[in-house]
Design a protein around this ligand. Structure first.
Ligand SMILES: Nc1ncnc2c1ncn2[C@@H]1O[C@H](COP(=O)(O)OP(=O)(O)OP(=O)(O)O)[C@@H](O)[C@H]1O
Ligand SMILES: [Mg+2]
Ligand SMILES: [Zn+2]
Length: 152
């Protein structure tokens, strides 16, 4: 059965297979706040996934994601797929990938970490595992447990 829950978009990006519950964090990452929206954005939460369980989906008209945004999406939703839509069709599809180096895109969750003091030190993490993402601060050794709350 084909279901149309939202109007198809002509050109833009569909971020599919988002970890259920993470859609609003994805919007935050790509800077969609509401008052600044200039094109149609559809958000689907808690959609049944053909693969297994539940997922969220975000569809943005006339917009593509830059590499930094893709890295951030990977950190909160490592199975997300990026579908570039051109003339109503999926022109490109890829799975996001957690980067080898996480630098300057996540804040350390340890309030006592030197990167959270007044020093101008850019937070940096070792990627101990990509799926699920496991980040260790190179300055204080803290393992990040709530990455989605600390995206810069
Ligand atoms: N023109 C469009 N407008 C809005 N959404 C679209 C459009 N074309 C495709 N999509 C959405 O993009 C996603 C990927 O489309 P595709 O046709 O590749 O589905 P699929 O075969 O189920 O892919 P996957 O195996 O990645 O789940 C789906 O969520 C689909 O609903
Ligand atoms: Mg599908
Ligand atoms: Zn730290």
């Amino acid at each position: 059965m084909i279901e149309f829950k939202v109007t198809p978009i002509r050109n833009g990006t569909v971020i599919d297979h988002i970890t259920v519950g993470m859609a609003l964090n994805v919007l935050k990452i790509i800077g969609i706040k509401g008052e600044n929206v200039q094109s149609t954005v559809s958000v689907l939460m808690h959609v049944p996934s053909k693969k297994a369980g539940w997922k969220d989906i975000v569809k943005i008209e006339d917009r593509e994601l830059d590499p930094k945004e893709l890295d951030k999406v990977a950190l909160i939703s490592p199975n997300a797929t990026i579908n570039i839509i051109r003339d109503y069709n999926v022109a490109e599809k890829f799975v996001v990938e957690v980067p080898d180096v996480v630098k300057g895109i996540v804040k350390c969750q340890n309030p006592g970490c030197i990167t959270n003091m007044h020093e101008p030190i850019e937070p940096e993490f070792l990627v101990e595992s990509k799926k699920p993402p496991m980040l260790r601060c190179i300055y204080c050794d803290r393992i990040m447990t709530e990455v989605s709350d600390y995206i810069i």
